[in-house]
Ligand binder design. Structure first.
Ligand code: HEC
Length: 200
C-alpha cells in the first residue's frame, strides 16, 4: 500500500514538473546596445537589440519630447532619423518589449538625446551678418572689416558681440544707424561661440 502511494505521488510530481517546463517558457531578456545615445538633429539612431533567447522579436513604442521622426515599430535594430523641433535638445524614449515562444519579457527603456544642429558660419552666421551689416562690412563697403569672411568674423567675434549688444543710442552700436539685432539673432551668435566657431 505504502509503495503504491509512493509510486503515485512520484508520478504526480513528475507530471507537475513536466507541465511546468512545457507551459512556462523562460521570458527573453532584452539588451540594447548602446543603452542610451546622444545624436545631432537630423542623424539616425543606431540601437542594436539582442536577447538571451534565440528567435526573440522586439517591438517598441516611443515617447517624444521636443523631437520628431520617432515612431513605434519592430525589428532587431532601431534606426530612425530624429529631428530636434525646438532650439534646445529634445529626447526620444523608446520602450522595447522582447517576445519569444509566446512569452514577453520585461520591457527596457532606451533614451536618445537629440541635440540641435551646431551653428556654423556658412549656414547661419554669414547669412545673418549679410542681412544686417550690408553694405559697410561687405566687399566694396566702407569698413575694412568684411563680415562675409569666416576668419575675420571668427577673430573679431567678441568685439562683434560687444557692439551688437550695446543700446542703439550708445556710441559704437552696430549695425551703425540701424536696428538692434533680435534677441534670437544675438543668441545665435552666442551659440556659434559655444558650439566652437565652426565654419561649416
Ligand atoms: C552703415 C554702415 C555700417 C553698418 C550697417 C554696420 N557697421 Fe560696423 N562699423 C561701421 C563703421 C563706420 C565702423 C568703424 C567705426 C567704429 O568702430 O565704430 C564699424 C565698426 C565695427 C566694428 C569694430 C571693428 C573693430 O575692428 O574694432 C564691429 C565689431 C562692427 N562694426 C560690427 C558690425 C556688425 C556686426 C554689423 C551688422 C550687425 C555692423 N557692424 C553694421 C559701419 C557699419
Amino acid at each position: 500500500m505504502k509503495t503504491r502511494l509512493l509510486i503515485i505521488s512520484s508520478f504526480l510530481a513528475i507530471l507537475i514538473l513536466n507541465s511546468c517546463t512545457e507551459e512556462d517558457p523562460i521570458p527573453p531578456v532584452a539588451t540594447a546596445t548602446p543603452a542610451e545615445q546622444t545624436i545631432t538633429s537630423g542623424a539616425p539612431t543606431s540601437i542594436a537589440l539582442t536577447s538571451s533567447v534565440t528567435g526573440t522579436t522586439f517591438t517598441w513604442t516611443v515617447e517624444l519630447t521636443g523631437v520628431s521622426g520617432g515612431a513605434a515599430g519592430s525589428g532587431s535594430s532601431i534606426a530612425q532619423t530624429l529631428t530636434a523641433t525646438g532650439g534646445a535638445a529634445g529626447t526620444a524614449t523608446y520602450t522595447i518589449t522582447p517576445a519569444a515562444n509566446g512569452t514577453s519579457g520585461t520591457p527596457i527603456k532606451v533614451k536618445i538625446t537629440v541635440n540641435p544642429p551646431k551653428v556654423t558660419f556658412v549656414a547661419d552666421i554669414k547669412p545673418l551678418l549679410t542681412a544686417s551689416c550690408t553694405p559697410c562690412h561687405m566687399p566694396g563697403g566702407a569698413n575694412p572689416n568684411k563680415w562675409d569672411d569666416y576668419t575675420s568674423v571668427k577673430n573679431k567675434i567678441s568685439v562683434i558681440l560687444d557692439r551688437v549688444q550695446r543700446e542703439p543710442t550708445a556710441a559704437g552700436f552696430m549695425p551703425k544707424g540701424g536696428t538692434k539685432l533680435s534677441a534670437a539673432n544675438i543668441a545665435l551668435l552666442n551659440k556659434w561661440v559655444a558650439d566652437g566657431v565652426l565654419e561649416k
